[in-house]
Design a protein around this ligand. Structure first.
Ligand SMILES: [Zn+2]
Length: 413
């Protein structure tokens, strides 16, 4: 029989449940259970409610009790719907040059930029990549991020992309966090590919995607649509091909030039990520669509550019998830809670909207429907802060980290 266990009491349990997937959220709508308990069964949540009531039940039925003896605010484990944490090398030199005012083109010409990461990632073994990725996932988990999307995209040959996806699979097997793999072989057309961008994408469809299917390495295919990457026209064929092979599709879009979000909607993508330059037309189109816009404040902070129009997206009726975009180039910080909190103050997001962006709305962007809220049936992924008021979390701008973490019902911190 699967073991039942009562955890608590929590001074406040913020369930993130019973909130709409789209549109603005007021803080008053947050469901907060005070002096709360969470009854788990194996890796699942069985019940939530008043701790004393659940404790009486636990005593009668002889469930074990994991009793807490301080003040704690509990939330669902955070979900990061967008990272690139599988890489080798460092781009500290690039960052120094960026601070000196060098442009993207100048940095790339001096041996930096994404090509530097591609070169080092190609040189690294699958094991090395997996170890470095697992260490980053561990750091994220320790900050309360219990589910983490991870993209390939620094291999840019069929073989090197497979190596990255296998490294992600290996790291997922050894990590306590859940890693959700995405193939981003269409990050850019590599400069050593002998052919046009269209021919490169065609090569991916014929040589890479079937192998990903065969080895079950990923269900998600991402493409970067922008002036330095692929055009909407080039992407359209690739997205159609990927969809017809049964993959979910995702788009990096509207980061420097528009066009990506429109293509994402047309392709029936699950999410479109970045959106820094989305205007009124794009915002209204996204609000009417089913896809989840993902803001990446870490990338804006790393490049020193404006944030995605998060407030406008929500007010127009769109959903909004928030990802760290943790990567060696534009977003080296990799602190989801800090970045979400900073986006919140610049974009005037309610605390509920910010927390939704890194919980159930991020879960929807990954089509993970068993997490992101604390409710019966969901995974028992729970994080607890040593606080008595949930508002302290965003107020401290992400500096305050969870002191206790349960993953699949087991206390791991
Ligand atoms: Zn990205």
């Amino acid at each position: 029989m699967v073991q039942r266990k009562l955890i608590g009491p929590f001074t406040q349990l913020v369930t993130m449940d019973k909130l709409p997937l789209k549109g603005p959220l007021s803080d008053e709508k947050l469901e907060i259970i005070t002096h709360a308990g969470i009854l788990t069964e194996g890796d699942r949540i069985l019940e939530t409610g008043n701790f004393n009531t659940l404790a009486a039940q636990a005593k009668k039925e002889k469930y074990s009790v994991e009793e807490l003896h301080d003040e704690y605010v509990a939330l669902p484990g955070f979900i990061d719907p967008h990272t690139h944490i599988c890489w080798a090398g460092s781009r500290a030199r690039d960052y120094m040059l960026r601070l000196q005012g060098k442009t993207y083109v100048e940095i790339a010409a001096s041996g930096g930029g994404i090509w530097d990461t591609v070169t080092k990632t190609r040189q690294a073994s699958q094991d090395e990549l997996s170890r470095q990725l697992a260490a980053r996932a561990e750091r994220h988990l320790n900050d309360g991020v219990t589910s983490i999307e991870v993209k390939s995209g620094y291999g840019l040959t069929a073989g090197d992309e497979l190596k990255m996806l296998r490294a992600i699979r290996d790291a997922n097997a050894s990590s306590l966090a859940d890693l959700i793999p995405t193939c981003l072989a269409a990050h850019m057309c590599p400069k050593d590919f002998k052919g046009t961008p269209t021919e490169y994408l065609r090569m991916l469809v014929s040589d890479l995607l079937p192998k990903i299917r065969e080895e079950k390495l990923a269900n998600r295919i991402d493409i970067y649509i922008d002036k330095n990457a692929f055009s909407p026209q080039e992407a359209r064929v690739y997205l159609n091909d990927a969809r017809s092979m049964g993959f979910d599709v995702i788009v990096h879009g509207d980061q420097f030039t528009t066009g990506g979000s429109m293509e994402a909607v047309r392709a029936g993508a699950v999410s479109v990520d970045h959106l820094e330059v989305s205007g009124e037309k794009e915002i209204n189109m996204l609000a009417e669509s089913k896809l989840i816009p993902i803001a990446l404040p870490g990338s804006s902070m790393g490049l020193g550019v404006a944030f995605a129009p998060a407030r406008k997206l929500l007010d127009a009726g769109a959903s909004l998830a928030i990802g760290s975009d943790w990567n060696p180039g534009s977003a080296p910080m990799g602190d989801l809670l800090v970045q979400a909190s900073v986006l919140g103050i610049y974009e005037k997001l309610s605390m509920a909207e910010t927390l939704a962006g890194i919980s159930f709305r991020a879960a929807a962007a990954l089509k993970l429907y068993d997490r992101g809220t604390i409710k019966p049936g969901n995974k028992a992924d729970v994080i607890a802060f040593n606080l008595n008021d949930y508002r302290e979390i965003i107020y401290n701008q992400g500096k305050m980290k969870p002191v206790k973490i349960w993953k699949n019902g087991k206390m791991i911190k």
